[in-house]
Design a protein around this ligand. Structure first.
Ligand SMILES: C[S@@+](CC[C@H](N)C(=O)[O-])C[C@H]1O[C@@H](n2cnc3c(N)ncnc32)[C@H](O)[C@@H]1O
Length: 223
């Protein structure tokens, strides 16, 4: 989950799921071992999905979250985007093998190949800490653009609890491979999403993780 930015034939870099491309085949077993599957289940409960909804996952990687989603909610229309073509190849292969209809497209989260007001839910799972903090607001603005009025964003990412008198982690920084809840909440608000909040915490082998949610208000396209 850590590593350097990878530069492939595409000119724009990004931090891939395992940090190094050759480690990608290990991602699914690693993720299961680290407790990511359980976090996926919890995120799906929070997402409050209804049949007929259209759901986008940004930074879908090898497609484990959408695979679980589609198994639980076959009547949801699922789309995943990621800049990593080899992760997408794996995701597509798994969907085909499982007989699951999931659409996967190569894209960066701050430049989504979707029209305005297009999806009911956006999900983001252990993706934010792979994106430079300076890109969070552009990514979240893009999320707001594609969300239909009344739509919701549900995020889970590595991180500690909100700093309090005793609970703070003064040495935490997002460069350490985690996102700070205060920073995530501020970015959600800056991007013009409404009702941004921490939606619970979890703990896995991987470390502590935090759930966030926010919404897109009707007529909220103005900046
Ligand atoms: C740790 S993986 C998480 C994969 C999946 N969401 C999961 O829960 O298993 C992080 C993913 O974010 C993707 N990513 C990195 N930068 C991105 C960006 N700017 N836009 C969209 N996805 C990005 C990586 O390619 C990688 O697949």
């Amino acid at each position: 989950m850590t590593g350097h930015h990878n530069f492939h034939s595409e000119s724009r870099g990004y931090l891939s799921a395992m940090g190094k491309q050759w480690l990608l085949p290990l991602y699914d077993p690693f993720a299961r071992f680290m407790g990511i599957s359980r976090a996926h289940e919890k995120l799906l409960v929070r997402a409050n999905l209804q049949p007929g909804q259209r759901v986008l996952e940004i930074g879908c990687g090898t497609g484990e979250l959408l695979r679980t989603l589609k198994q639980r909610f076959p009547e949801v229309d699922a789309l995943g985007i990621d800049p990593d073509l080899s992760a997408l190849r794996r995701a597509r292969r798994k969907a085909t093998r499982g007989g699951l209809q999931i659409q996967y497209e190569r894209a960066f989260a701050d430049d989504l190949p979707l029209p305005d007001d297009n999806v009911d839910r956006v999900l983001s799972s252990f993706m934010l800490h792979h994106v430079p903090v300076a890109e969070w607001v552009p990514v979240l603005r893009e999320v707001r653009r594609v969300l239909r009025p009344g739509g919701e964003l549900h995020v889970v990412d590595l991180g500690g609890s909100l700093s309090g008198p005793n609970g703070g982690h003064p040495h935490r920084s997002s460069q350490a491979g985690e996102s700070l809840p205060e920073q995530v909440l501020a970015a959600l608000v800056d991007a013009g999403l409404s009702g941004a909040r921490v939606d619970g915490y979890g703990r896995a082998r991987l470390g502590r993780y935090v759930f966030y949610s926010a919404g897109a208000e009707a007529g909220g396209q103005s900046d």
